[in-house]
Design a protein around this ligand. Structure first.
Ligand SMILES: Nc1ncnc2c1ncn2[C@@H]1O[C@H](COP(=O)(O)OP(=O)(O)O)[C@@H](O)[C@H]1O
Ligand SMILES: [Mg+2]
Length: 726
């Protein structure tokens, strides 16, 4: 009943946007019903007042009224249809716009937990269900409801004794739906929920095809899917059965009562208690009434079904954005002094803490880099500056003003952002750049593209700036996409340029070229760069080293190297490789090799020889370097790039154990023992790695007697400490 109330309330608000149209439409429905009832009543007038007494005048009047009424009602029908189509189309347009508007208001926190299948279901099945309701069920429902009232009133005036029998039938009709409606509504809710879950599952499956194929998970995921379709099938049959029951019970009751009325009516006419005209008209009216009730019972399940859609839309519309403009928020027109973090603590969920007690000043015009391992909180700092999220404690201020008191639009207007993966819309290059600044003229766009050093390439395409970029920019190379994203950020003439691993996903050659461009265009700008690759930010004014959500060191490159702390260690780890001009080939320096635990006991000659035996390998994102269960015979050092270490769980999902980046190494056990790999290693960004084979390593260490045994013993102790050795 609660959901029905909500449904009626919402319907009222939908229709009240079209008051005049709705009034005219429903007035037309009323007139139609009046004519229908007159047709039924005409039998009484014709039989009792014209045909039997042979009164020609009454006959002509009744027949004329019949023809005229029918003509007027049918002529108005086309006009009503036209009006109603406008109402329906307008209501659905408004719902779609409201839903989409809410989608734009919701903060990123919502998007990180919401399943896109569920959100899409609001736009597809929920909107369709309301469209069906408004287009079909509401007019049929109103027609039926008014029909029931008009016909009931008339039969009571005609012959109350027969009308009491009819009323008894009517009441019995209402009891069925009353008993089953809440159960049917619950069953419909359950079915819809399961349908949305299944849709999400299919969507996830499409995205996960690479993993599914590479781990032969097709049977596992199909089993999981079948289990869910089985459950949906159970819920569907229950919902459909209850809907059918609600539909069928009243019509059957009506039929039984119709026969009863004919029997009783015929007897009353036989004993001259009522006229034959009354009997015929009564029967016609009762048939009208039963049709109205039949229609109403068809409408009822549709109402129930739509009310669950309406409920889900309401829950979505009531979803409060976590981050929105506060009342009295002010526009910030320019950026003059700096950005300040004061004792900021933040987590994406209440249970988690990603940043703790961050205190920091970023002066206007400075170049600031956040460096550190993956997951240390670099991007989270940028998220807070952009106010994609709010801190749990502390404050982020721009020119002394808390970002929570600044309108989001003006805050975002100050910034240009380039991410690791930049979304390009499936339109032209020109429009993709202009998105960031709708006022930008063609010349501004060309200017920005020139600064991003992509102008010449764009001009070499047959359609130049009007080239379509394809879905997600698929027609362009990774480097071209990044440069267009940079042009898009620059066309805003931003006061602050934010870079989040902007060049990490590129192959080494493109990365180097884009970094050169970045260095040139950011001259004198406030730049905030989150990156794990230190080579690119050596000349920055301020480098903040992050570890587990805290800033652990700050200073210039020179400064930090002098401190010989975490930064120096990170820098040492990423250095020591000689990368060839073409960036497709690398070598490792002997000093760098000596820093790897396993090689610490090797003498200089052995290390020199070993360095020669490393082979360069290049991997693209998605490729698997190590498969769990295979025999390993190689050791790997990452020169550039990022990989993820993960294990497959029984239910078909994956658990990521670790991310490894520039200078990290993996697979060292394989150099000493023939063991099965215990985890998988997959490439996240283009990777240049150096690999060493066991047989080569064994050849070198066999030169010193007892060394192998000693290394093995040492490895065993280390393995006991390191549970996740690959
Ligand atoms: N949208 C999110 N929802 C929940 N946790 C997140 C989200 N984004 C990042 N995290 C977590 O927050 C921590 C910091 O992440 P992030 O700032 O992205 O690190 P970095 O940029 O240094 O790699 C990590 O543990 C990460 O798993
Ligand atoms: Mg990051």
């Amino acid at each position: 009943m609660e959901s029905l109330k909500l449904l009626l309330k919402n319907l009222w608000s939908y229709y009240s946007q079209y008051k005049l149209y709705s009034f005219v439409y429903f007035l037309g429905v009323f007139l139609d019903l009046a004519v229908e009832s007159f047709i039924a009543l005409s039998f009484k007038f014709l039989l009792d007042n014209a045909i039997v007494p042979k009164d020609q005048r009454v006959m002509i009047i009744v027949l004329l009224l019949l023809v005229l009424g029918t003509f007027v009602s049918k002529a108005g029908y086309a006009f009503r249809c036209y009006l109603y189509s406008k109402i329906v189309a307008g209501i659905i347009r408004n719902i779609r716009n409201q839903l989409f508007g809410r989608l734009q208001q919701l903060s990123l926190k919502y998007y990180s937990s919401a399943r896109s299948g569920d959100v899409l279901a609001h736009f597809s099945s929920d909107v369709s269900s309301i469209e069906y309701l408004v287009n079909m069920a509401v007019p049929a429902g109103v027609h039926a409801f008014l029909g029931i009232i008009i016909n009931t009133v008339i039969i009571f005036t005609l012959e109350w004794k027969l009308a009491v029998i009819a009323l008894a039938g009517l009441l019995l009709c209402a009891i069925g739906p009353f008993i089953f409606s809440s159960r049917a509504s619950l069953a419909n809710d359950n079915m819809k929920e399961k349908q949305a879950e299944l849709l999400s599952m299919v969507q996830e499956n499409i995205g996960a095809q690479k993993v599914i194929k590479s781990f032969n998970l097709d049977k596992t995921v199909s089993r999981h899917f079948h289990k869910n379709t089985e459950e949906l099938s159970r819920k569907t049959s229950k919902a459909f059965f209850l809907n059918d029951l609600m539909e069928m019970m009243p019509t059957s009751t009506i039929e039984v009562f119709n026969v009863l009325i004919i029997c009783v009516g015929a007897y009353l006419a036989f004993i001259d208690y009522i006229t034959p005209g009354t009997l015929v008209s009564f029967n016609s009216l009762f048939i009208n009434l039963s049709i109205a009730i039949g229609a109403f019972t068809w409408v009822f399940p549709v109402l129930m079904e739509s009310s669950s859609s309406m409920k889900r839309i309401k829950v979505f519309m009531d979803e409060a954005p976590d981050v929105c403009d506060s009342s009295g928020a002010q526009n910030i027109l320019q950026f003059g002094e700096g950005i300040e973090f004061t004792d900021v603590t933040f987590g994406y969920t209440d249970q988690q803490t990603c940043l703790s007690h961050i205190n920091l000043k970023i002066p206007q015009g400075a170049s600031v880099a956040f460096v550190g391992h993956s997951g240390s909180g670099k991007s989270s700092i940028l998220n807070l500056i952009m106010r994609f999220y709010d801190p749990r404690d502390g404050s982020v201020k721009i020119d002394g003003q808390d970002v929570r008191g600044i309108t989001m639009e003006s805050l975002h207007r100050l910034t240009g952002i380039v991410l690791q993966e930049n979304f390009l819309f499936n339109t032209t290059i020109k429009e993709n750049i202009r998105l960031a600044n709708p006022q930008a003229g063609d010349q501004d766009i060309i200017e920005a593209a020139k600064e991003a050093e992509i102008h010449d390439q764009i001009m070499s395409f047959p359609k130049g700036y009007d080239t379509l970029v394809g879905e997600h920019g698929g027609q362009l190379s990774g480097g071209q996409r990044q440069r267009i994203a940079l042009a898009r950020a620059l066309v805003r003439r931003p006061s602050v340029l934010i870079l989040d691993e902007a060049t990490s996903a590129l192959d080494p050659r493109t990365e180097m070229a884009i970094n050169k461009t970045l260095k040139r265009v950011t001259e004198g700008m406030t730049v905030i760069n989150s990156t794990h690759r230190l080579e690119n930010i050596k000349d920055y004014d301020l480098i903040c080293v992050m570890e587990r959500g805290s800033i652990v060191e700050t200073g210039s490159h020179h400064n930090l190297i002098g401190k010989n702390g975490i930064y120096a260690e990170l820098y040492g780890k990423q250095g020591g490789f000689i990368v060839a001009e073409d960036l497709g080939h690398a070598e490792i320096e002997v000093d760098r090799l000596a820093k790897i635990d396993l090689f610490k006991q090797l003498n200089i000659e052995m290390l020199e020889e070993l360095a020669e035996l490393f082979v360069s390998e290049y991997y693209s994102p998605g490729q698997i370097i190590i498969n769990a269960g295979d025999y390993g015979d190689r050791f790997y050092v990452i020169v550039r790039g990022r990989v993820e270490v993960f294990v497959a769980l029984d239910d078909g999902s994956e658990k990521i154990i670790n991310f490894l980046e520039d200078g990290d190494y993996f697979g060292e056990i394989a150099l000493l023992k023939e063991v099965l790999r215990t985890a998988n290693v997959r490439v996240c960004t283009p990777c240049l790695v150096l690999s060493l084979k066991r047989k080569h390593f064994e050849r070198i260490i066999s030169k010193a007697s007892g060394l192998k045994l000693e290394l093995e013993r040492e490895m065993d102790t280390r393995l006991l400490k390191l549970a996740d050795g690959v």
